[in-house]
Design a protein around this ligand. Structure first.
Ligand code: F6P
Length: 354
């Protein structure tokens, strides 16, 4: 049996751990298995770039960050666009799936990857997805691999900001990844003891945030930490189209810098902005993610053995299971405004922007 593996979209800790978990299961349990590593995500499938892997290739990668296969972003909306010869990327992928002689294909990726996986599956390829992303926003799974590693890193960033914020008596805004989903900011904000947590799902009032900081300063709290997601926006901005929002920000992509300025002016405190950026996606997976990735990878092996395709691996109520690709593709798991974590934050006096 010949199985292709690709990792697509933004990388995250745990990709190699999933690949390893799957490979170990496959070599242990599937007769005459051959694993094909497809280079750079769907890019490799489009351009027919792959290599036959050896068992040795999967040794020593459990704790290694990134992906041994390489990755790329291949926008879903371009998959069905015809080139000059009336050929689409989807056509090329289907052709190369056949040329490579694959019996099935594993796609490790986030929301966009799953949409393309569903498309390939609908076109007759045997596909199994694996839910990867630091954003934790894939529909139908309680958790994605990579999320908890990123939470640990982001929490450590906040911890480190705490001491310098306290020394200088400043309000520090830590901008964390998450354009549409605020899970990472919510968890790192809770884990790092932020005073204010601002996420895309709950638009905020800059005036109210400034008042909260002013009140804390008046009450003797010399420093404050604000965990803000890159996709957070003011109530006013939330009513705008993306382009309009960016124009209003006058060169800033996120709302963070303007909020820092507003707080400094209104609350009379010194502010600083810190953006950990891709540090949140780099390095080793946490122990939690190594275990989760091994569970997910080996479970995908079981699905291959059983011949169950057109699905993606998921964790539901503590049990590893699967969902149909067609059921989850195109949906996003955002933070519900009444999520338990949001209510917990508010119950201990963390300001969530509303
Ligand atoms: O999807 C994961 C993610 O890290 C998002 O949180 C972030 O908005 C985006 O990827 C950044 O993408 P890139 O690596 O292409 O800059």
């Amino acid at each position: 049996m010949k199985i292709g593996i690709l990792t697509s979209g933004g990388d995250c800790p745990g990709l190699n751990a999933v690949i390893r978990g799957f490979a170990k299961y496959a070599y242990e349990n599937i007769k005459n298995v051959q694993l094909v590593g497809i280079a750079d995500g769907y890019g490799g499938l489009i351009h027919n770039e792959f290599r036959l892997m050896k068992e040795q290739d999967f040794v020593g990668i459990l704790n290694v960050g990134g992906t041994i296969l390489g990755t790329s972003r291949q926008p879903f909306k371009l998959m069905t666009v015809e080139d000059d010869n009336s050929v689409t990327r989807l056509d090329l992928m289907k052709q190369n799936y056949k040329k490579m002689g694959l019996d099935c294909l594993l796609t490790l990726g986030g929301a966009g990857t799953h949409k393309t996986a569903a498309l390939l599956s609908a076109e007759g390829c045997n596909v199994i997805g694996l839910p990867k992303t630091i954003d934790n926003d894939i529909w139908g799974t309680d958790v994605t691999f990579g999320f908890h590693s990123a939470v640990d890193i982001a929490t450590e960033c906040i911890d480190r900001i705490h001491s310098t914020a306290a020394s200088h008596g400043r309000t520090m805004l830590v901008e964390l990844m998450g354009n549409k989903a605020g899970w990472l900011t919510l968890y790192a904000g809770l884990g790092g003891g932020a005073d204010v947590i601002l996420i895309p799902e709950i638009p905020f009032s800059a005036d109210k945030v400034a008042k909260v900081i002013e009140k804390k300063a008046d009450a003797g709290k010399a420093f404050c930490i604000i965990a803000i997601a890159e996709g957070a926006m003011t109530i006013e901005e939330s009513k705008m189209k993306k382009r309009e929002r960016l124009e209003k920000r006058g060169g800033d992509v996120t709302a963070t810098a303007a909020l820092a300025k507003h707080i400094a002016e209104k609350a009379g405190v010194e502010t600083r902005v810190v953006v950990p950026g891709h540090i949140q996606r780099g390095g080793s997976p946490s122990a939690y993610d190594r275990v989760l990735s091994t569970e997910f990878g080996s479970f995908a092996g079981r699905l291959v053995k059983e011949g169950r395709f057109g699905v993606t691996v998921a964790m539901v109520n503590g049990k590893v299971t699967y969902n149909a690709l067609a059921d989850i593709a195109g949906k996003a798991k955002l933070v519900p405004p009444d999520a338990q974590e949001v209510l917990t934050a508010e119950s201990i006096g963390i300001y969530m922007g509303r």
